[in-house]
Design a protein around this ligand. Structure first.
Ligand SMILES: C[S@@+](CC[C@H](N)C(=O)[O-])C[C@H]1O[C@@H](n2cnc3c(N)ncnc32)[C@H](O)[C@@H]1O
Length: 234
């Protein structure tokens, strides 16, 4: 049993970590799962085959059960995932919408995070230059500040380039994505959770905004990197 303190990143599996959090205790969750990264997540399948898919979707189901339990009634989740290519074909993540525990949530918005550039030299498809952010809640009672001062605050298409210097993680999220969410949805005294903290982007930006945060990260190296990153902000 771990006594959870605010403003820490815990080196542990997120499902085990969330079990230690009280019901309806989190205001905003901003997170990106390991994109089918078996090694990072510690699943037992070895191939990206049907068994892997079964394990991955079962993991997602358990994760959404806990997320639903710990989210406040007026809380919001921003769940970032992207399409992949496999054998030169596109594999979208829309299957996640059919995971049983995902369906408990209200799907409020389907956000396209557009970035610059092409990551595909084949020239045999349109560029995969975007990611998806599922915006989920438990109720319609959510805070979205239209007067927060940014252009088009309620647009579902966000342009945020990957202008990250000194990259700390292979799938590091630009701080601009988290800043946009917290600018529109943040209120005093909230707690922001990232269950796949990686290099600590969500937690670092939450700290910058003076909000409480909690992170879970299974890889001890990334956990240390994230803690150092946040420590340097003191
Ligand atoms: C897509 S990355 C997150 C990157 C992060 N948003 C950032 O800006 O650095 C996913 C992270 O989840 C971690 N992870 C994988 N399985 C996990 C689990 N079961 N519990 C907690 N963390 C996990 C991986 O080690 C990886 O660092």
């Amino acid at each position: 049993m771990v006594k959870m303190e605010l403003n820490k990143i815990y080196n542990m599996d997120c499902i085990e970590g969330m079990k230690e959090l009280p019901d309806e205790s989190m205001d905003i969750v901003i997170t990106s799962p390991p994109y089918e990264d078996i090694s990072g997540a510690g699943y037992s399948a070895v191939n990206k085959d049907i068994l892997f898919f079964k394990l991955y979707s079962e993991f997602m189901d358990k994760m959404f059960i806990e997320l639903y339990r710990i989210l406040k009634k007026d809380g919001q989740i921003f769940f970032n995932i992207k399409s992949k290519t496999h054998n030169s074909e596109l594999r979208t993540p829309h299957w996640i919408e059919f995971v049983a525990a995902f369906k408990q949530f209200k799907l409020k918005s389907y956000i396209i995070w557009k970035y610059a550039g092409s990551f595909d030299s084949s020239k045999k498809r349109f560029h995969l230059d975007y990611e998806i952010i599922y915006h989920l809640s438990k109720s319609d009672d959510i805070y979205l500040n239209e007067g927060c001062g940014i252009k088009d605050p309620l647009s579902s298409v966000w342009y945020v380039p990957h202008n990250i210097q000194d990259r700390l993680h292979p799938t590091q999220m630009p701080e601009g994505v988290v800043e946009r969410i917290l600018t529109v949805c943040g209120q005093p005294n909230i707690t922001v959770l990232d269950i796949f903290a990686g290099s600590g982007t969500t937690c670092a930006v939450a700290k910058k905004f003076n909000y409480n945060y909690i992170g879970f990260e299974i890889n001890p190296e990334y956990c240390k990197i994230a803690e150092n990153r946040i420590g340097r902000m003191l």
